[in-house]
Design a protein around this ligand. Structure first.
Ligand code: KG4
Ligand code: ZN
Length: 332
């Protein structure tokens, strides 16, 4: 049996969770800073770090109380090591190190993206080999896992992450932060879609590119304004979303066949997008691969997913020492 206290502070959520055996959520506390960043139209790193400092202790205490456990019950303390905003990461890392040192408990540094993938383990056991489509504000990656703990990046974005493209397009459409859900909402109001380009890249490539698409949205708005035409904004939002989802689902379905996987897991904040969830389900229907998508609360940043990934690391004997540091560009 393992009981892991996990801490996540890589971006703008201060989160702590207690996870039993990598599968059972005993407590999952998330303090969001969304409102503080909304007026700036995006996450301000320094503001994020200061918020983490303010609420970190309270969030950990709340998680421990909700789980009805004490520090002597814990197997390990896990914390997001990277990637993320370095100042934000350091708050969580220092809290975890202090607690681990004070209570004599092993420390585990966890990769944030591994966390997003293992969020699915909190719903059902992962079936290997699998393919993870990780779509968040900072990442767009197709990751092949032959077995537990093994990660191979099959494809990744060459420029903007999907969530980043959503957030930038939202800003161009004067939608409030966070952009993703608002673009999705606006797209649902559309009767038609404005057709936009799709970046397929070289034949056989599993890489992605979204900056050209984002520019196409900006150009359309600019050209319409110059011509005195009122842009059909819902149709533009829908066109953007269709282009994004088309490329994501077609490439994932193709990779499923090449890598002969048993399961596809959708991970990261953009996995909260209903249109993407539905389209991926349809695209994989004939492939024989099962699709696993976490509930909305486990798609966006949380510490439960870090605890789930940490359990797998613990089983493989991977722990960290007191030199653990924030690694903003950490690769899987
Ligand atoms: O994983 P996450 O919470 O934080 C990062 O690690 O980046 O992902 C946040 C991203 C943001 O860019 C947000 O706009 C996007 O996920 N997002 C969505 C939706 N909900 C959140 N994008 C599209 N549709 C959504 N419904
Ligand atoms: Zn994330």
């Amino acid at each position: 049996m393992t009981l892991i206290l996990a801490i996540e502070t890589s971006c703008d959520e201060t989160a702590a969770a207690v996870i039993r055996d990598g599968r059972e959520i005993c407590a999952n506390v998330v303090a969001t800073q969304m409102e503080s960043h909304a007026r700036f139209g995006g996450v301000v790193p320094e503001v994020a770090s200061r918020h983490h400092v303010e609420v970190m202790t309270r969030v950990v205490e709340e998680a421990m109380e909700k789980a009805k456990v004490t520090f002597s019950d814990l197997t390990a303390i896990a914390v997001t090591e990277g990637p993320g905003l370095v100042g934000a990461l350091l708050v969580g890392i220092h809290a975890a190190k202090a607690l681990a040192f004070a209570h004599g408990i092993p420390l585990i540094g966890v990769h944030h993206i591994a966390g997003h993938i293992y969020a699915n383990q909190l719903v059902e056991p992962l079936a290997y080999p699998l393919l993870a489509l990780v779509v968040s504000g900072g990442h767009t990656e197709l990751i092949y896992m032959k077995k537990d703990g093994q990660f191979e990046t099959v494809g990744e974005t060459r420029d903007d992450a999907v969530g980043e493209a959503y957030d930038k397009v939202a800003r161009a459409l004067s939608l409030p932060y966070p952009g993703g859900p608002n673009v999705e909402k606006l797209a649902k109001e559309a009767d038609t879609a404005i057709k936009l380009p799709r970046a397929w890249l070289e034949a056989g490539s599993y890489d992605f590119s979204f900056s050209g698409l984002k520019s196409a949205v900006l150009n359309r708005l600019h050209n319409d304004r110059q011509k005195g035409i009122e842009t059909d904004l819902p149709a533009l939002a829908r066109g953007f979303q269709e282009s994004v989802i088309d490329v994501l689902t077609v490439k994932t379905a193709r990779a499923v066949q090449t890598y002969e996987v048993k399961q596809v897991v959708l991970a990261g904040g953009v996995a909260a997008n209903h249109t993407l969830r539905k389209a991926l389900k349809t695209a994989l229907a004939d492939t024989g691969a099962a699709l696993s998508i976490p509930p909305l609360s486990l798609c966006t940043d949380n510490a439960a997913m870090i605890g789930a990934a940490a359990h797998s690391m613990w089983v493989h004997g991977c722990t960290s020492d007191m030199a653990l540091n924030g690694r903003p560009g950490l690769s899987l």
